[in-house]
Design a protein around this ligand. Sequence first.
Ligand SMILES: [Zn+2]
Length: 149
Amino acid sequence: MNCKIDIKGIAPGEHRYDFHIDRSLFEVYENDTVSEADIEASALLVKGAGCFRLTLEITGTVTVACDRCLADLDIPVEVEQSFVVRFPGGAEEDEDVAEDEIMMGQDASELDLSQVIYDYVCTSLPIRKVHEDGKCDPEMMEKMKDILK
Ligand SMILES: [Zn+2]
């Protein structure tokens, strides 16, 4: 899974990067909730005077087990978030509550978005993951009834 942007020596202006995310990202974090993922992440990086701004758009689908019937449940993912990329020792800017921050490590020349994308996808998932009423797998529901007897 490569969601890295080489920001060292990057030219001022706008740069766009596209990443495809599959289940391997979730395997890296040993996430066993997500069984499949088909996600497009689009990053727009803007290099301004002494600062970087990043807008991340994440759209796609993740597959989890339904809490009720345990069959596969596809959950759409749609996240859009802006960030200010900060470097150690960089000047503090005015607080802007609409934006999150990404802190770069010392000497970092690459911006690795995999953790950010992972966090935002996980946070966007509903706490209760169930099919719509009546859409649960009837066979699985029968089996569950037997188990719960
Ligand atoms: Zn279900």
